[in-house]
Write a protein that binds this ligand. Structure first.
Ligand code: FAD
Length: 308
């Protein structure tokens, strides 16, 4: 059995792997896709001390760092279920989709999250070519350009306020007839000179030419009229979904499906820790996920030395 089995190989899982292996304990990482969301990222300019990198480069660097230690990396392996220890000292079991079972004294869950897509023509085609999901990450790439934000909840309105300080103009598109964000945010948004808000508006297409976004089409749901907004960027802000469906009923989740963790990465299940975008950690970023992975590994080590 593993001393520490890490489920998920993004920045959180890779950091947990390095920290666990450096304690000289038996460490494994099972990941559906090593590198996680980082693989889908173009420019990364906010991983501290790395001035600029890109997704594939950082993903390869994460893997190389974990492989520099004695870590079993099981790539393309998806966990389907976790079975907690029946009594203290028993092993935790992780059932894999391929039918196998991995056993461990402690488990770190770092399965990350995925952005909810709007599923309109052009979204997939222009992902990273004008279609973006993370304003903290990609906002500066649209400096001086025209952008839209799809989604008028807290994250959409925060994104629009954030972007309005960087880009030339922001169009906010909300499907419902009112913005769902907190009133203080909505008031702030409405006070900004370079923001236009369309409610009751259904995005129907993201258009582009020569491999880049050049506009967004939406339908006014009251009149049925179609409108086109010329722009260079579209931020989709309709939710971040944690990859925790397989944990329902075993590990305590928030109403958003995030694994509830304390400051040390403990879940409600003894010996099971969690880190990164799949948890209640505030702000979902690479540097934050990596830090949380280190925390979870140190907590798992703490747990092991107390078990005798
Ligand atoms: P993830 O990176 O999501 O990794 C999760 C891991 O778990 C993956 O290996 C996945 O395959 C695996 N997994 C999932 N389910 C299972 C399962 N059941 N069994 C086994 N393995 C499983 N952040 C920044 O700081 N800067 C940026 O510039 C930036 N740009 C971004 C651009 C895009 C397009 C996106 C999508 C995100 C961006 N982010 C950026 C956010 C950043 O990528 C995440 O915060 C970070 O990757 C979270 O790390 P994580 O390890 O928690 O999860």
């Amino acid at each position: 059995p593993y001393d520490v089995l890490i489920v998920g190989g993004g920045p959180a899982g890779a950091a947990a792997g390095v920290y666990a292996a450096r304690k000289g304990i038996r460490t494994g990482i099972a990941a559906e896709r090593f590198g996680g969301q980082v693989n889908d990222t173009l420019a990364i300019e906010n991983y501290i001390s790395v001035l600029e990198t890109d997704g594939p480069k950082l993903a390869a660097a994460l893997e190389a760092h974990a492989k520099a230690y004695d870590v079993d990396i099981m790539n393309l392996q998806k966990a389907a279920q976790i079975i907690p220890a029946a009594k203290p000292g028993d092993l935790i079991q992780v059932k894999m989709e391929n039918g196998g079972t991995l056993k461990a004294k402690t488990v770190i869950l770092s399965t990350g999250a995925r952005w909810r897509n709007v599923n309109v023509p052009g979204e997939a085609e222009y992902k990273n070519k004008g279609v973006a999901y993370c304003p903290h990450c990609d906002g500066p790439l649209f400096k001086g350009k025209r952008t839209a934000v799809i989604g008028g909840g807290n994250s959409g309105v925060e994104a629009a306020i954030d972007l309005a300080g960087i880009v030339a103009h922001v169009t906010l598109i909300e499907f419902a007839d009112t913005l769902k964000a907190d009133a203080v945010l909505v008031n702030k948004l409405k006070s900004l000179p370079n923001v236009t808000i369309h409610t009751n508006a259904q995005t129907t297409e993201i258009t582009g030419a020569e491999g880049k976004v050049n506009g967004l089409k939406y339908k006014d749901r009251a009149t049925g009229e179609e409108h086109t907004v010329p722009l260079e960027g579209v931020f989709v802000q309709i939710g971040l979904v944690p990859n925790t469906e397989f944990l329902r009923g075993t590990v305590e989740l928030s109403k958003f499906g995030e694994i509830i963790v304390d400051a040390k990465g403990h879940t409600n299940v003894p010996g099971v820790f969690a880190a990164g975008d799949c948890t209640t950690v505030p702000y979902k970023q690479i540097v934050i996920a990596a830090g949380a992975g280190a925390t979870a590994a140190l907590s798992a080590f703490d747990h092991l030395i107390r078990q005798g």
